[in-house]
Write a protein that binds this ligand. Structure first.
Ligand code: APR
Length: 312
């Protein structure tokens, strides 16, 4: 029996629940939140869509962590989203308290889940969940790369006038200003993106991808993006549940790859039942490699700040 828990029944959490449930590969998806009635109401609504959408996975809405017992995969979405003008880093302190608390609760009821963190600032909240859970680092990862890569692919397809499904894109690094879109690994219908688009256009798409989340926050005025983010998280959940070994960019614990170690960072990895199976090292250009190392340094610096917080 496979069981998934999604913590946080807000925009990101509830959309992820819906996507995972509709995939019909888990027996149960538990959705929990501190707001009473919210996860229960959403679960009832989602379960009633099953006869129409033709899937069986049942959603359990709850405020009680006891209902999460024995989860195979847990996605942590609990926390505050950005407001216009805020950086993800502005959420560090408030979300660190929430993520530390949630992780302790999860570990009280599940022995060795795979934890996928999506709460921002992503790289730091993933680090925190790993430290608080005490789990093997491979079992704790963060979602950012699938989303940033999808955003980059969308922008490339629009600029190149190409079918979005013919675009292969990739971003590595942090989920923030030191994100590293990787043009050397991007293709449009098999043609390198560096040949399909001129350098100026490509540079503007790289910048737009780095600010992809902020652009949506600015338009929405309240809350942040959740349709593409939930697709990105659900893709990771599915890879774990089906032990697919699929390759995707995730925030993973580095152990010397690219000369980087001891920091959670966006890298390409194979994902399966135990979380990260293996980090796949790519042949990056010198500029990309240096940007990736810069991102690692920026994350490590902020982790120091995180360690200075009193998280109870
Ligand atoms: N335990 C459980 N749920 C909590 C807790 C907690 N300790 N604290 C807050 N929550 C819940 C809120 O009640 C709310 O329902 O987290 C949910 C957050 O939902 P939204 O405000 O809609 O935010 P969302 O868009 O889902 O973003 C969540 O993902 O992308 C990131 O930056 C974003 O950090 C944010 C997170």
């Amino acid at each position: 029996m496979s069981k998934v828990t999604i913590v946080g029944a807000g925009k990101y959490g509830s959309t992820t629940v819906q996507r995972v449930a509709a995939a019909d590969i888990a027996d149960e998806v538990v959705m929990t939140d501190i707001v009473e009635g919210l996860p229960q109401g959403l679960a009832l609504d989602m379960n009633q869509s099953r006869p129409l959408e033709r899937y069986r996975t049942k959603v359990i809405g709850t405020n009680d962590y006891a209902d999460t017992a024995g989860s195979d995969v847990v996605v942590i979405t609990a926390g505050l989203p950005r407001k216009p003008g805020m950086s993800r880093m502005d959420l560090l302190e408030v979300n660190a308290k929430i993520v530390a608390d949630v992780t302790r609760e999860i570990m009280t009821y599940s022995e060795a889940p795979v934890i996928i963190v999506v709460t921002n600032p992503l790289d730091h909240m993933t680090t925190l969940a790993a430290e608080v859970s005490g789990l093997d680092r491979n079992r704790v990862m963060g979602q950012a790369g699938n989303l940033d890569t999808a955003r980059f692919a969308h922008f490339i397809s629009e600029a190149a006038g190409a079918d979005v499904l013919d675009v292969e894109a990739l971003t590595l690094g942090s989920h923030g200003p030191t994100m590293v879109p990787v043009p050397s690994q991007c293709f449009v219908g098999g043609t390198p993106v560096t040949e399909a688009l001129d350098a100026e256009t490509l540079a503007s798409l790289v910048e737009r991808t780095r600010g992809g989340g902020a652009e949506i926050v600015g338009l929405l005025k309240t809350g942040s993006a959740y349709y593409a983010p939930s697709s990105a998280a659900a893709k990771m959940v599915k890879a774990v549940l089906t032990d697919s070994g699929e390759k995707m960019p995730v925030c993973a614990w580095t152990t010397g790859e690219y000369g980087i170690e001891g920091v959670y960072l966006g890298v390409l990895a194979t994902i399966g039942a135990g979380g990260v199976k293996e980090i796949v090292e790519l042949d990056l250009t010198a500029d990309e490699l240096s940007a990736l190392r810069g991102a690692a340094g920026a994350v490590a610096e902020k982790v120091e700040e995180l360690h200075g917080l009193d998280l109870g």
